[in-house]
Write a protein that binds this ligand. Structure first.
Ligand SMILES: O=C(O)C(=O)C[C@H](O)[C@H](O)COP(=O)(O)O
Length: 212
């Protein structure tokens, strides 16, 4: 394991659910991060899917130091550079291309790469990555897929993400090779639009109870 990957251990062990966050309006970033932290969720994955994402990461890193803010949807080397420059402490990708893995290693940037096949797992392992996101988790086979992967790859810890709900999360979290799950349900667009930060704090608190 690369030394920078120790931060991924902290990301995976901080709580049962990593919130996958989409921020459209930069002015929502800090109150949203504070609402999640107030609910006991300090690892935050801000996806690079919106124009506001990089500035949001920078704002959260500066104003909410108790949060562990990371960047999601990393696609290429440039994404790693701009996420790191904005203060992201880790990155998450839907995939695990050789160039993305090499760029993260070279930058000393903790990365949770996405995999969906045994060949993806082997390629990531060979590049030194043992904590992986299974994406899209439900569509890739969900619980059955994770049980099957545990046969040949018992040393891999997964953060399944994609299609997981508060209803299905406990069954994922009960698996020996699942460290945590990712999900977008902690930050629903309607609550963000309504700036219902208390509602988001409640969702964060509820997510802490999902481990059976
Ligand atoms: O943007 C990324 O980097 C992604 O990998 C996609 C997210 O992981 C899924 O969109 C999770 O969303 P839900 O399925 O709604 O929980």
């Amino acid at each position: 394991m690369h030394p920078s990957q120790y931060a991924i251990d902290e990301v995976l062990s901080s709580g049962p659910v990593i919130p996958v966050i989409v921020i459209e309006d930069i002015s929502d970033a800090v109150p949203l991060a504070r609402a999640l932290v107030a609910g006991g969720v300090r690892v935050l994955e801000v996806t690079l899917r919106t124009a506001a994402a990089i500035d949001s990461i920078r704002a959260i890193a500066n104003a909410v130091p108790e949060a562990l803010v990371g960047a999601g949807t990393l696609i290429d080397d440039a994404d790693i550079r701009r996420a790191q420059a904005a203060g992201a402490r880790f990155g998450v990708s839907p995939g695990a291309t050789p160039s993305l893995l090499a760029a993260a290693t070279q930058a000393g940037f903790p990365l949770l790469p996405g995999v969906m096949t045994p060949s993806d797992v082997i390629a990531a392992m060979n590049a030194g990555y043992t904590a992986l996101k299974l994406f899209p988790a439900a569509q890739a086979g969900g619980i059955g897929m994770l049980k099957a992967l545990n046969g040949p790859f018992p040393q891999i810890r997964f953060c399944p993400t994609g299609g997981i709900s508060p209803q299905s999360a406990p069954d994922f979290l009960a698996l020996p090779n699942v460290a945590c799950v990712g999900g977008s349900w902690l930050t629903p667009p309607d609550l963000i639009e309504a700036r219902d930060w208390d509602g988001i704090t409640r969702l964060a608190q509820q997510s802490l109870q999902l481990r059976k």
